[in-house]
Design a protein around this ligand. Structure first.
Ligand SMILES: C[S@@+](CC[C@H](N)C(=O)[O-])C[C@H]1O[C@@H](n2cnc3c(N)ncnc32)[C@H](O)[C@@H]1O
Length: 506
């Protein structure tokens, strides 16, 4: 956002300045007051109420976020409240909110794995004494009370009366919605046929949590500090073997972790709109018969809606053999005509080998780059460069990491369109809305810990692509997607580019 626009947001809504207005806490308070007004007005005019923290989560309670202006107001209120705390709380306390992250994670894991949320759902709003919770899940009541109370201190669960706990909006996110007796008797299958968030949390609190404990050891060891190899990720230290996550999951004794991961990923997938790829790029500009190659396309989830909406385009979905075999089953069920007519081809292809499709209009890579380190991404992109023509577009769908400060590319009229986020938070908030953007930074850390890879900022991507002969021409963002999936469009940077001089990452 240009400087003049950000300064405008600093003005007091009433236009009357007082000396105290210049302090950051007054500015934050003003932002909160203004945004609460916006939120309440929007909710009142739509007949929607703001959720009660003490009520368990239910999808309709999120309806208020869809009212125009409400989501932005909520982001500002949340970011301002967190920033007020950072200013006013004693610094050691603020630091310990971070230092103690692992303790909170451990307490949460205990409650998640011992079915506390399911037990409390069955108890209802009056809650249940911890002795009765412990009688059901077999835990030590006194220890359990300490962990639940620690979480309740951070608004996960609530203590209704001494040692009596109940669910709230946040603790109920871990609910598998199954009978507690069933999940406690058969914990190995508790995540099957669930929405996937509890599975995702369980995965993050287990192997990812353990891997993150070895982050520093990985970075201080010269053998792994600068490696981009998945076998050098922190995970391998935690697991005591030089295996990638996929190799680990392939072991028969790791089947439960593997299945839990898959369920968690389906949950993440479900959070993305099915038509995200359709909307992110103007596919109608492609002439009939243009070829779209979905590289590492999985079972073809992105191409399904595209092939349906654009029957004149041709598609090749590429992935490793096992995935392509699964894809054949999916397409034969969902859109067999596309396979039978030749509109869609499923092809086994390892993207670290030369790209066989040389006539592509589009190389589409969705959530591929973030799985790989820069050195590996360059190998993938180089094979695509070799197969691309001067009109081929490269489309990368990934999360573009926002900066915490103002993004100067927003002020450059000659810069890449869409390089900066659609909106930045008004000052004095952090430009990325601070911890409101937590999920993107969590994803980045997970990529580091498990895969030695990362989510990237726009400027990182510009440089990475430049080194292997691609030039970013636009970043397509949709309103409200500032930290989720964006579409980076690039073209071959020829004829100026001479690859053999530029591939050296150093
Ligand atoms: C995060 S998934 C993304 C799948 C798909 N693009 C989507 O967004 O649904 C990563 C995909 O990369 C595939 N993959 C991993 N290594 C590969 C390789 N060397 N060659 C081709 N595909 C690979 C995986 O099988 C998986 O389907």
């Amino acid at each position: 956002m240009p400087l003049w626009k950000r300064l405008k947001t600093l003005r007091r809504p009433t236009g009357i300045a007082t000396p105290s207005m210049s302090t950051p806490i007054r500015q934050l308070l003003a932002l909160i007051t203004k945004s609460v007004d916006t939120l309440e007005t929007a909710c009142a005019s739509s007949g929607v109420s703001i959720p009660d923290l003490n009520e368990p989560f239910a999808p309709p309670s999120e309806a208020f976020r869809t009212i125009p202006g409400a989501a932005e107001a909520v982001n500002i209120i949340s970011a301002a409240a967190l920033q007020l705390e950072a200013i006013l709380a004693p610094p050691p306390l603020s630091l310990y909110h971070i230092v103690s992250g692992n303790f909170k994670s451990a307490a949460l894991r205990i409650c998640l794995e011992s079915g506390v949320t399911e037990i409390l759902r069955e108890a209802g709003p009056q809650g249940l004494h911890v002795k009765d919770i412990a009688a059901k899940n077999g835990q030590d009541a006194e220890k359990l009370a300490r962990f639940i109370r620690y979480l309740a201190t951070h608004h996960v669960y609530r203590e209704v009366s001494p040692n009596v706990f109940a669910n709230n909006r946040i603790s109920s996110m871990m609910d598998t919605l199954k009978p507690s007796r069933e999940i406690l008797a058969d914990p190995e299958h508790k995540h099957e046929k669930t929405m996937g968030l509890a599975a995702l949390a369980s995965h993050h609190l287990d192997e990812t949590f353990q891997a993150s404990a070895y982050a520093w050891e990985t970075l201080v060891d010269p053998a792994t500090a600068r490696s981009g190899d998945q076998c050098d990720a922190a995970l391998t230290r935690a697991m005591g073997s030089k295996e990638t996550l996929w190799q680990l999951y392939a072991r028969p004794e790791e089947k439960l972790r593997h299945d839990r991961f898959q369920i968690g990923m389906q949950g993440v997938e479900a959070m993305q709109p099915a038509d995200a790829v359709v909307k992110a790029f103007d596919w109608a500009v492609l002439p009939p018969k243009s070829l779209v190659v979905d590289v590492g396309g999985g079972v073809g989830t992105s191409c399904l809606p595209l092939a349906t909406k654009f029957p004149d385009l041709r598609f090749v979905v590429q992935d490793l053999k096992g995935v392509i075999d699964q894809g054949k089953e999916l397409w034969n069920t969902k859109l067999p005509a596309a396979i039978n007519s030749g509109q869609v081809t499923l092809q086994v292809h390892d993207f670290f080998t030369p790209q066989p499709q040389t006539g592509a209009s589009i190389f589409l890579l969705k959530q591929i780059m973030h799985d790989w380190s820069d050195e590996n991404c360059k190998k993938i992109l180089t094979h695509l460069w070799d197969a691309a023509g001067s009109d081929t577009r490269l489309l990368l769908f990934d999360t573009i990491m926002p900066l915490t400060c103002h993004d100067p590319s927003a002020d450059d009229p000659k810069g890449i369109p869409g390089a900066a986020p659609v909106s930045e938070a008004p000052a004095p908030l952090l430009a990325n809305y601070g911890a409101v953007s937590e999920m993107a930074y969590t994803a980045d850390f997970v990529m580091f810990a498990l895969f030695n890879s990362q989510e990237r900022t726009a400027m990182h991507l510009v440089e990475l692509l430049r080194q292997v002969g691609w030039k970013i021409t636009a970043i397509h963002r949709q309103p409200g997607d500032s930290t989720f999936l964006q579409c980076v469009e690039a073209r071959k940077d020829t004829p100026l580019f001479i690859r053999f001089n530029n591939t050296d990452p150093g």
